[in-house]
Design a protein. Sequence first.
Length: 386
Amino acid sequence: MSKKPPLQTSSHYSTFGDQLPDFIPAYEPCLDGNEEEYVRDAVRSTWISYAGSYCDRLETDFAAFCGTDFALPTSSGTAALHLILAALDIGAGDEVIVPALTFVACANAVVYTGAKPVIADVDPITWNIRPDEVERLITAKTRAIMPVHLYGHPAPMNEIDAIVKAHDIIVVEDAAEAHGASINGCRTGALGRIAAFSLMGNKIVTAGEGGMVTSNDAALMDRCRLLRDNAMAHDRRYWHDEVGYNYRMTNLQAAVAVAQLERVDFFIERKREIARLYDFHLNAVPGVQGPVELAGCTNVYWMYSLLLDAEYPLTRDELMMELGQRNVDTRPFFHPLDTLPMYASAEPVPVAMDLSQRGISLPSSPKLTDEQVCYICEVIRAVSPN
């Protein structure tokens, strides 16, 4: 229900004149590099399954990008998270602390192992997991913390590291949305003991679908590789002495990802340019609060996300409807995990609840033009009472 009577907006937006622009998606992958050439090459090689030169190259290139010793392709970001937790032997009776405001895959991966996700509230400024909440929720059953670098801003890894060292707890980064984000020059994927990325079609680096595991821990990565390949013995074909998974990426997908990595610096810089343009045009709009970039951090703005407060004349859902009517696709913030039926909890997460009701993600693809960004901002600024 609207908090105020329906409002009118201007029917004319100067960027595109009297005509509505073509549909502006919330995200669109950039596939105008070597993606097609490399996929054709993979097809011609006949190595289209998990073995192939592009799978090998992706491991090397992705590790170099993150600054880690190792990287391992997987079938999805969710598979990467589950694989990590399984490799760590996390299971029934264990607890893993996850942020309340995140995509559901984080909690799901914990449940796949038989462990329990423990939901922590988030910071009202960065929207990431709060270290004080992490410390409060640690018990004798806590095996791991799963900080998420939400919407591209790194989580407070230094503070979390200080906490876990006192408790002998593992940090598993969920970097699905934060390829190239960093703290003091150290990129995501290298900020915890092990990390998971998503390469879904709407991510900064995509393979269409897929994921990555990164780490400097050779033994742990060997364990991930074994479990990823149905736990088949390296020295005895078709011999399996434990339950594993088929979480491999195909050579075709890897070919796309390799081409994407060749241009990842451009993608990140363009996304940061788009964020600066959004900031410039929306900074003075009452009731609109854009994303932050804390000192020492690099935000890659996977999604340019903002909050609306009472000063803005529309609710979040009303603004989404207004933008949708003008061919602009948007996304709401994630629902807090504890509001989902399978993760219902008596433990309140008031910050996550507030953010989820006020947050909106604007189109954020590197393919956005400056004119499209200006048009979106014009719609947001033009809202006015009757």
